[in-house]
Write a protein that binds this ligand. Sequence first.
Ligand code: NAD
Length: 461
Amino acid sequence: MENPATNPSGSASSDPAQLDPQAPVENHLQQALLYLPDLDHGLIAMLSLPKRVVSVSFPVEMDDGSLQIFQGYRVLYNRMLGPGKGGIRFHPQVTSEEVTELAALMTWKCALIDIPFGGAKGGITCNPKSLSDNELEHITRRYVSELGDNIGPHTDIPAPDLYTNERTMAWIYDTYDLMHGGRNNLPVVTGKPVDIGGSQGRTAATGQGCFYATERLIAKGGVSGLDSINNSRVAIQGFGNVGGVVADLFHDAGAIIVAISDSQGGIYNDQGIDLKAAAEFKQIHGTVVGLPETLSITNHDLLELECDILIPAALSGQIHSENIDRINTKLVVEAANGPITPAADRVLNQRGIPVLPDILSNAGGVTVSYFEWVQNIENESWELDEVNAKLKRKMVHGVDLIMGRWQQLASAITTVKTEAGDATTQPIQEPLTTPPGLRTAALAIALERLARVTQERGIWP
Ligand code: NAD
């Protein structure tokens, strides 16, 4: 086994937000708007702001009898296409700003993948690892009761995200149902256990969608030097719900998973990691680090490995201006939300490394959440094959759409350059001389759809 660490990158800053302080969503939005010169300014202003930000603080009695105050948020960013939709995360770094950014991402995601939801997100600032099950349940239930009618089956519908899961969703459903008895409340939250209205395939949906999207992008020739997932070398940051499923699916399709990681570090095996053994090891030891026949690496090392497909599936801001020059892959698949800072995104774009953007690559979760919501309303339960077939159609269509749009945008640049001659005499077109990435194409589709629907609905009064 070779030592994978090409340099001692463990020294990189642990707070990438400090390295690249630009607000990613606003930055990406501005970049896409360069390609949409006809979009109404009022609409742009509307799309740049959240509709509603709810902040709640509440006390919880801890297991030792002490009282602790928790801070929670729920942001409804936009509801033009339908009720708000978005996960709830439990993490020490949750802030109102982070939740708002993620709610904006959900808005673009739902518009791009074409499901009738607006964008929302929620979170509680806490360290779930230091909390007992009992404390987590109390925090969740009290948060839901504090939110009151800010969530609801036809207003704003939560789902799982970082460090929340189907058990959390069951508590949310139960609390809301107790507060609103006498009606079908199942569609108030998605990602529930199958026994209480959850959809087949929801837990794996984000990873499954990510796989379908990557497979399609490669099949369409979107990744230079890579014609199949089979035999590709894949590094995955994060081994949770999304990262774990992604690892299994890529492995089953013939990929060699050379590295995986969790919050405590990563592991590497040049010949491929035994994923079943890794999952069992993590179950026992709480981490994959230390799995026999692997080398221990840092999370920074993992990102800089030479590989064909790099899949950040953990936190935001992981690929940033300090490590971007050492990223050594043919494709980055954003399984996590916002894992690449805008500064790093520009460099990847200039280097010609395609990025399958989060608003498409991890849209499988919200897509199957939509399927769950439909099943709950209709009191139906679809088979797994049916769910996955519908999901695949959505993901494949999404990739085809953004690739088509990307080609259109890229050729528009050529035209602009030819017609403009000296770009400096056309300052407004000057930023367009950099070719757009897939993210810009995806955002352009989403923003146009939102603008079109807003205009069709009209502004009242
Ligand atoms: P999860 O809690 O199941 O797993 C998170 C993983 O990240 C764990 O393996 C954890 O150990 C690892 N991790 C935590 N801190 C880390 C660090 N500092 N360095 C490296 N790894 C670290 O969460 P998830 O549901 O898998 O979500 C992962 C990402 O995917 C998040 O960005 C989330 O917003 C996004 N996402 C999730 C869903 C979903 O359906 N769960 C949908 C869309 C997007």
